[in-house]
Design a protein around this ligand. Sequence first.
Ligand code: NAI
Length: 290
Amino acid sequence: MKNIGIIGSGTMGIGIAQVAATNNCQVFLYDQNSLQTEKSLEGLQKVLARLVEKGKVEIEESENIYNRIKFCTELKDLKDCDLVIEAIIENKEIKQKVFADLESIVSNECVLASNTSSISITSISSDLKNPSRFLGIHFFNPAPLMPLVEIIPGLLTDENLPQKINDLMKSWGKVPVIAEDLPGFIVNRIARPFYGEALRIVEERIATPAQVDEAMRTIGNFKMGPFELMDLIGNDINFSVTKTVYADYFYDPKYKPSLLQQRMSEAKLLGRKTGKGFYDYSGENQDSRA
Ligand code: NAI
């Protein structure tokens, strides 16, 4: 699989594009908002420059990585892809529409994948003409740095496909794990109570986000506290994931979403990507990929 399409050039899409291009793939990067693609490619140039400065990548290779990513302005530019990974907004209906459009563009051999954090893979693919070539490939943020990738077959996925993608991810230097198509898969299910309890502690005024984060970093030995992580992920994405997991487990109170996070999302206090979330990042380098 050498021609890789990526739909959505936000936080995850540009990171996955960097991973694929670093592994000698030709990448076709499409976003409905071409300004976002421009912004993300500018960000990628800075990330690559920092990798060169740190001696992690040769300058010539950094140029090759960048040049392997083709800026696409239409979905049909992805027609020759062997694999397309979708990384758009966490919304089932919008994802289904993108895949329905894509099915009439790509060949029948092209593998279709979603980077969804929480939406049922089976449900995204259920209206496709050929759902057997569809599965979840879930990278973590920042995609170039995080080794884990969850591979999620749906009920209608071809039984040989997960292993094929497992091998591809290994060849990209990732550590894949095949997970069941259950709400939140592995990591996001475990992580829901982690964020949820942290948010409740702040809502109940037991501690501030900074105090919670410091406790988890210093005493818990976590690399980042829950609020730093929510700001990295994006409060909108994190909130959507919690809503999906909550609803898909038939409103089990264990996964109840937080009103504070809902208000933060409404206010566009989304975290690093908007410059402000639980913390203020204005004037700081937003990119954590290098
Ligand atoms: P983001 O908000 O940073 O980027 C999403 C991009 O998709 C935007 O640039 C938007 O213009 C584009 N888009 C929206 N609708 C589109 C459409 N119909 N066609 C083409 N482009 C469209 O989102 P992010 O954080 O990159 O998340 C993307 C997906 O990855 C979501 O499903 C999310 O759950 C998942 N994910 C997110 C992680 C994170 O830490 N942010 C981690 C792992 C998975």
